[in-house]
Structure formats: structure tokens, C-alpha cells
Unconditional design. Sequence first.
Length: 199
Amino acid sequence: MTSILIMALLATGIVACLVKAGVLDLPSIATTIRERSQPYRQRPLATANEVGFFHLLCRALPDHVIFAQTAMGALIATRDDGNGPPSRGLRNTFDRKIVDFCIARRDTLEVLALVELDDRSHSANRDAQRDAITVAAGYRTLRCSSRSKPDAQQIRVAFATALAGPPKVHFVNYSEPLPRATAWSALAAGLISKGGDRR
């Protein structure tokens, strides 16, 4: 018992010396322990890349409201919503998905277009499935490449073009070839011809 007490006193003395010397930071250790014991933690709403693009959208479309990271479940309803298992099955195809940005009217908050910033976190196959759902629901989507982001003027032109036509996917300032699944999605939406030329 005495040896345990001596060891504890020694350890306390060593810790006190390390803290005094600035080698050990007890508050940060306590914070780390507390954070690890919590099942939940905060996470950023958007990446730095998305935050920069959000501000670009706001500058490009100052008369509209831009929403970031919007759940598709808040944007889309199924025709048989509330009528049992078929509705849940349809909702499961989109309700856990997130739209990068929504462009809405300032007065009514009616969503006029969706915006996807295609970066390395995006998958061509998942994007094609998402595009098929959003077009079927009546949304216009602007897909912008993270590698060659459009400027404010290009966003304004693409947005005006999207509003003038039927719901479909518009690829804005894409300099790289479109991935196969995304190209198929664009073809199905009537955006590009079978030869791959963009309309």
C-alpha cells in the first residue's frame, strides 16, 4: 500500500513539473478525454471549398437566397406520400442524400435550381441516380466542376438558361470529359446528344 502511495505522489510530482515547464497541457488533455467520451460532436456544415463556392453563388445571384447542404427529403415528396410501404421505399432512394446548394426566390423561398459542386467526394454513378430523381421531381440542376469553377458571370448565364428551359441537368464550365454515368445522365435529361456533344 505504501509503494502505491509513493508511486502516486511521484507521478503527481512529475505531472506538476511537466505542466510548469509547459510540456504538458492539462486543460487540453481534459478536453480530449471529455470529447472522446461523448457520442456526438460538431462537424462543419461545409468544406472550405464549398464555403468559397457558396460566397461565389451569393455574389453571382444577389437577388436570390442560397441554401447550403439541404436534405433531398426536404425538397422532394413522393406521389403516394403517407400511404404506407411503397412511399417509404421511394423515399429511401433519396431521403438520406444532400444537395450541395439550392437557389431560391427571396420572397417565397421557392427553390428554382439545385447546384452540385462536383469534387472528389462525388461519384459519377451516384450523381446520375441523383440527377434522374431531381429531374423527375421537376428540378433544374447546375453541375459545376470543382477543378474549373465557373465565375459569377458564367453562373448567372447558366442559371438564366436553366430557368428558361425544362427541368434538366446543366454542366457549367466543365473542362474535363464528362464521366460515363454523368454523360448518360445528361443524355437522358436531353442535355447532350448521343455523340457526346454538349448542347
